[in-house]
Design a protein around this ligand. Structure first.
Ligand code: FMN
Length: 353
């Protein structure tokens, strides 16, 4: 698939995820075969104010390219100015967020709230296209505000008519929770009605889901969000299956640990040893969540106070898992908790320090 002049072939998109798709994670996903990465959303107004956090969330490294920058905004003239500024950084795509459903965003009539007004979305897209200095523009949408107000086709047409080059469809309505079943059939319907590439998104947790989504919806490519958290290997595994038809399965526990340690080194480089601790803790749990011993590991991770003890925990845990130290019938149903909330441990007694 082509994004402007960039051809990502059959490789997949890493979805924008706030607090997750930072530079270290993007580098890891890219190394493991993601075709295209994304920043998390940044506020268009924040870009114009040179807000420090906004600029940090916006910054990217050549190793993470091709990359899209996602903006949040609802005022065409502010968005125009922000896109002009962003275009000087030369990302490969500039995306408008029309999917974020958290109250803090929708109460300001941004994100998924824009779905109520396809004409306004069109005006914003048109401003983006004029301001982007030739960088392709995209929009990431949900199906509508709720089941009774599904307007994905109308929104997709407005996006296409106003010059966007790609549309990303998260196949849920904005009032639907992440653990609900996505409605991929709407991706298929949108694909029939528009000519720009359609990228499907929603509940892809295995490479097999990608093949199924493409077959069922005829979408041009797929975008992976939670399926890549603690599992950047999904890109490599999909690419291998695409090329050979053979599923290489999950990586060995040693290579999971090695990738996690590399990810941690990137986190230390970017955030420093103290600031990265919370991110390191989250990632240890995400990488190891589907393996025996996770309950004890979580307890130990949350008790650890520095990077050295966390690294030691990883080495010890890896040896224990490989030597079948833990009871493998232990089942905390972590996966369904994770699907409800990626910070699933905050529902129980564990506290982050
Ligand atoms: C923790 C988290 C943060 C997210 N942040 C963003 C964001 O900044 N921008 C965006 O468009 N979508 C965001 N999303 C939505 C995802 O990009 C994706 O559309 C959604 O998770 C559905 O895909 P999945 O079922 O594969 O997880 C976020 C999702 C999660 C779980």
């Amino acid at each position: 698939m082509k994004i402007g002049n960039v051809d990502i072939g059959n490789k997949l998109f890493l979805a924008p995820m706030a607090e997750i798709t930072d530079s270290p994670f993007r580098k890891i996903c890219k190394e493991l075969g993601a075709g295209f990465t994304f920043t998390q959303m940044v506020s268009a107004a924040g870009v114009l104010k040179n807000n420090f956090q906004t600029l940090q969330n916006l910054s990217f490294n050549i190793l993470e390219k091709p990359i899209g920058v996602q903006i949040l905004g609802n005022n065409p003239s502010i968005v125009y100015d922000a896109v002009q500024e962003i275009s000087t950084l030369k990302p490969d795509l500039i995306d408008l967020n029309c999917g974020c459903s958290v109250d803090k965003v929708t109460s300001k009539l941004m994100g998924a709230a824009l779905l109520n007004d396809p004409i306004k979305i069109g005006k914003i897209v048109s401003a983006m296209v004029k301001a982007s200095n030739g960088i392709p523009v995209s929009v990431k949408i949900r199906l509508g505000r709720n089941q009774k107000k599904i307007n994905v086709i109308e929104v997709a047409k407005s996006v296409e008519d106003n010059g966007a080059s790609i549309i990303f469809i998260h196949a849920r309505t904005s009032n639907e929770k992440y653990d609900s079943e996505p409605h991929w059939e709407w991706i298929a319907r949108a694909k029939e009605k528009i000519n720009i590439p359609v990228v499907g998104n929603g509940s892809i947790s295995q490479p097999q889901d990608v093949f199924r989504m493409i077959k069922e919806t005829n979408c041009d490519s797929a975008m992976i969000a939670r399926g890549a958290i603690g599992n950047p290997f999904i890109f490599q595994r999909y690419n291998y299956m695409f090329d050979t038809g053979i599923d290489p399965g999950n990586p060995s526990f040693d290579s999971i640990s090695a990738t996690l340690l590399k990810h941690i080194n990137f986190l230390v480089e970017d955030y420093g040893e103290i600031k990265c601790l919370y991110k390191v803790k989250k990632n240890i749990i995400w990488y190891f969540r589907n393996y025996p011993g996770i309950d004890l590991l979580m307890y130990n991770v949350f008790s650890a106070r520095n990077l050295d003890s966390l690294k030691l925990l990883i080495y010890e845990h890896t040896e224990k898992v490989k030597n079948n130290y833990y009871n493998s019938s232990e089942n905390y149903d972590i996966d369904s908790k994770f699907k409800k909330r990626v910070l699933f441990w905050l529902e129980n007694e564990y506290e982050m320090i």
